[in-house]
Design a protein around this ligand. Structure first.
Ligand SMILES: C[S@@+](CC[C@H](N)C(=O)[O-])C[C@H]1O[C@@H](n2cnc3c(N)ncnc32)[C@H](O)[C@@H]1O
Length: 197
């Protein structure tokens, strides 16, 4: 039986609250600094960050690696988790730019705020919100990054419409995510477990 949107949301909230507060308990998908390094993040930069910044990283790729944000850019990190990508982007956009991380899991937002403070950044802020109703103006963002989030959103067209609404003309959407290939059977899909696994 398929899950309702509310059930999916509750499962995602429970899963990522746990990933924020007890990342060491996560056994079903890669989490933390070693995963970031395996996905192509600069190992020296990952090792230089406080453990709290990297331990709850649960991305599936390296969206900033698809195109570097430039000094002065406004970057939106959709589903920002504990803030690793937002922090790396904030370093790139510098004092004349800004980064806004949006996430629906309160424990992730709390941790991301602490993490940005711990590395002394004041050009990044974290906003508690769903990705399907981004609290930002139309055409106000140069780059939207997102890492491992769209696959968790039941209404993907709505999230993508929101991302394109806030992007300026000529802005970029840089996403890393999980795709389901046509040749995967329903049995294999079922084996993958629930939406939040
Ligand atoms: C796999 S984690 C990735 C976190 C972060 N991007 C990273 O790379 O570490 C997915 C994140 O997306 C958030 N998320 C999932 N669905 C969301 C939605 N509909 N709106 C906002 N955030 C969402 C979760 O709370 C979680 O923090």
């Amino acid at each position: 039986m398929s899950e309702t949107h509310d059930e999916i949301r509750d499962g995602v909230l429970e899963r990522f609250t746990r990933t924020a507060v007890a990342p060491e308990q996560e056994k079903t998908f890669p989490v933390g600094p070693d995963s970031a390094k395996a996905l192509g993040y600069d190992a020296g930069e990952i090792d230089s960050l406080p453990r709290a910044v990297t331990e709850s990283f649960c991305g599936v790729g390296n969206p900033i690696g698809l195109g570097e944000p430039q000094p002065g850019d406004t970057v939106l990190d959709l589903g920002s988790g504990a803030g690793l990508d937002s922090i790396l982007a904030a370093r790139k956009v510098g004092p004349t730019g800004k980064v806004i991380g949006v996430d629906m899991t309160e424990a992730m937002i709390d941790k991301a705020r602490r993490n940005a403070g711990s590395v002394g950044l004041d050009n990044v802020e974290f906003v508690h919100s769903g990705a399907d109703a981004i609290p930002m103006e139309d055409a106000s963002v140069d780059v939207v990054i997102s890492n491992g989030v769209l696959n968790l959103c039941p209404d993907k067209p709505k999230v993508l419409r929101e991302a394109f609404r806030v992007l300026r003309p000529g802005g970029r959407l840089q996403m890393a995510d999980i795709l389901l290939h046509d040749d995967v059977t329903p049995e294999e899909v079922a084996e993958k477990g629930t939406w939040s696994d």
